[in-house]
Write a protein that binds this ligand. Sequence first.
Ligand code: ASP
Length: 346
Amino acid sequence: MSREKNTSILIIYTGGTIGMIKNADTGALESFNFDHLLNNVPELKQFNIEIGTRTFTPPIDSSDMEPELWGRIVKIIEENYELYDGFVILHGTDTMSFTASALSFMLEDLMKPVILTGSQLPIGTLRTDGKENLITAIEIAAAKNPDGTPIVPEVCVFFQDKLMRGNRTTKINSESFGAFDSNNYPPLATAGTDIHYNTNNIKKYVPGLKLKTHYKLNSQIVIFSLFPGIQQEIVEKLLGAGEVKGVIFRTFGAGNAPQKKWLIDALTQATAEGKIIINITQCAGGSVHMERYETGLQLLQAGVISGKDSTVEASLTKLMYLLGEGLPTAEIRTLMGRNIAGEITE
Ligand code: ASP
């Protein structure tokens, strides 16, 4: 593994805690000035890497993230794809997993590293996790095999000491430095004294593949979670709403739902209207197996599609992408049950 002398990385700063610096006089958090990046993180000078930057103006709290802004990130990557060896996206942690998942579908046949990172404490504070995260994310984005190909040619999240496939991540903690996890897929790398790459888990580099970008996303989707005592009228209104084209249906355990005739009828009716309903477990880890219990089988019979072991973030953004592509319902149904960007274990 080597870092080429002329390696270049583009940092795209979208906002979030990482990019803030505490004003020594007022104590208030202020947005980071990227023109002074090298001065504020002098450690970066030790890298033999050319660093370019792009910044969202104004930078956003990631709670304000929108599909159009994912499009803005994709555009920056597309326009700079041939100019840089890899990309680091600085992003608020709150919706980082949604962005990473969306990018994994919008950047088809990506063959360069796109590493998202952020921090729990601003980069200008004493105990910040931002410097470590940023420095290691750059190192990973720049890492190459001896033949010059990138070690990690995919969309990832790097946080604390783990590099994870982006569309497998979920934010699991609002305070800990280990804010993200990938419950259903092993880490792509771990960073200790060395960065250890788990090459078997990383997407393979395919020479000659051309990046294809996708910008159209349709977010006429609801995420709806089951609970004991769920009300018929509310569910029927939700599933019957004309604006709804897709449903991320969060079920119990291995994909189970109460055996209520009205619920199965409402799901059957929604499916008959062409709505795409994806079964995703409420559990933090594990997969949906609708054939395992009677309570899951009835959903299968109602036309509900198994999202298998994909996360809510991945199934939601995948459905946005497939609906946005305007594919026939039958094709979307097939693709939702199948791995297309590393989001499902098959
Ligand atoms: N609210 C912030 C954001 O997601 C939190 C963070 O950056 O960690 O933008």
